[in-house]
Every structure is written in structure tokens, then in C-alpha cells.
Design a protein around this ligand. Structure first.
Ligand SMILES: [Zn+2]
Length: 102
């Protein structure tokens, strides 16, 4: 008759250090798109100075609408990003690149 399991406590045993369940923000973010390590293309190709005449390369660092992509997007290092921005602006001035897409 004493087969009944007496509830020892209202809540089931919980570890003392109860914390958020597996936080969505891990130390390293890795989602559907495997974040591959970006390396500055200019550094990789050992280009000392970004040449505005190579606007075909510059164009890959701009959006379809003519905006300069940020270094965080392209992985360009700060040094080359500055040069790139100047080169793009120069190329725009000579009408190699559009200020804005029609
Ligand atoms: Zn670089």
C-alpha cells in the first residue's frame, strides 16, 4: 500500500547553476553560411597601391548601385580599404565608375 511515490519537492531536480538553455549567440557565429576567413584581396595579391585604372577590379568592390562595399563585407584591410575608396572616387571622377546606377 505504500507504493506511492511521494513528491519530494514541487519542482523536479534542477542543477543549481540553472542558466539560459544553449544561448543562440555562441562565441563564434557560424550559421547556414560557413563564415570563411576573409583575407584582403589586395594583400593577397601583394598590391601595394590600389590602382584606379583597374576599375574592373574596383567594380567588384562596389554594389550594383555604385556604392563602395565596406571592408567588413569584402574583407579588405583598413589600409587597402582607404586606398580603394580613394581609387573608386577617382575612377568615378573620370567616369570609369558610376556615382549611382541609372
Ligand atoms: Zn590589404
Amino acid at each position: 500500500m505504500a507504493e506511492q511515490e511521494a513528491p519530494s519537492s514541487p519542482a523536479p531536480a534542477v542543477p543549481a547553476t540553472s542558466s539560459a538553455p544553449a544561448s543562440s549567440h555562441g562565441p563564434r557565429r557560424r550559421g547556414a553560411f560557413a563564415a570563411r576567413r576573409k583575407v584582403c584581396r589586395f594583400c593577397a595579391e601583394q598590391i601595394r597601391e590600389v590602382d584606379w585604372k583597374q576599375f574592373q577590379i574596383l567594380r567588384t568592390f562596389t554594389t550594383e548601385r555604385g556604392r563602395i562595399l565596406s571592408g567588413r563585407v569584402t574583407g579588405t584591410c583598413a589600409k587597402h580599404q582607404r586606398q580603394l575608396a580613394r581609387a573608386v572616387k577617382r575612377a568615378r571622377f573620370i567616369a570609369l565608375l558610376p556615382y549611382v546606377a541609372n
